[in-house]
Design a protein around this ligand. Structure first.
Ligand code: TYD
Length: 211
């Protein structure tokens, strides 16, 4: 494992979080474009990754393979470790001076696996990952999120409404816990118009980079 100055992530690492259907992926693309227009080099990335660990996770989420929920929690943590410290990963991109923006990170595990395994295992598995400089938590009524997901073709095991309600509550609970440990988390009302949210994100990120 490379030794990186993880303090650099405090300056250059941003995360987008929220329920399936909350719009993080759309906003990641818009943020990337907005940063490019300002000449800011941005590496947009996501978890689960496209690495072998992430591909295995996607097969589990699609229901092709069944494993114990605790195994899923470990796999997400392993995928995250590679994402942060592996070749071409988050730490490397940030050290090279890029702004790194990830669609999901530690808070996703605390929220989703917090529901499927209880909070203690995901907390144990994730407590050593470096803190991002800024996290946006997209909050949306699960019914509205489910309506948006209906427009998609493929569905995953975590997308049922009851599960999403629990995940939303766990997101709020775990976000408060992380804030007590120094994480900076900005809540976004994900029911707002796409352009309105994009403008909020752009302003907050530019402020963050200037601070
Ligand atoms: P998602 O962002 O929806 O990927 P895609 O849009 O490519 O399908 O992520 C897939 C699912 O993984 C989503 O339901 C949230 C879940 N997830 C966890 O349960 N724990 C985690 O740590 C992460 C990163 C994601």
């Amino acid at each position: 494992m490379h030794v990186f100055d993880t303090a650099i992530l405090q300056k250059r690492f941003i995360v987008l979080e929220g329920l399936d259907g909350a719009g993080t992926t759309t906003q990641l693309r818009l943020l990337e474009q907005n940063m490019a227009q300002r000449g800011i080099s941005c590496w947009a990335t996501a978890e689960p990754t496209n690495l072998p660990s992430g591909q295995l996770i996607r097969r589990i989420l699609a229901g092709d393979i069944t494993v114990d929920p605790g195994t899923v929690a470990h796999l997400f943590a392993a995928d995250r470790h590679e994402h942060v410290y592996g070749h071409n990963g988050i730490a490397e991109h940030a050290a090279a001076g890029q702004l790194v923006v990830s669609d999901r990170y530690v808070l996703s595990s605390l929220a989703y696996q917090g529901v499927t395994c209880g909070p203690s295992l995901p907390w144990q598995l994730n407590r050593h990952f470096p803190m991002p400089g800024l996290t946006f938590l997209f909050d949306l009524d699960p019914q509205e999120a489910a309506r948006r997901l209906c427009e998609r073709t493929h569905r995953e095991i975590y997308e049922e409404l009851t599960m999403q309600r629990k995940v939303r509550a766990m997101y709020q609970r775990m976000a408060r816990r992380l804030e007590q440990r120094g994480w900076r988390i900005i809540r976004i009302d994900a029911s707002l118009e796409i352009d309105t949210i994009a403008a909020i994100l752009k302003r907050e990120v530019l402020d963050f980079l200037a601070s």
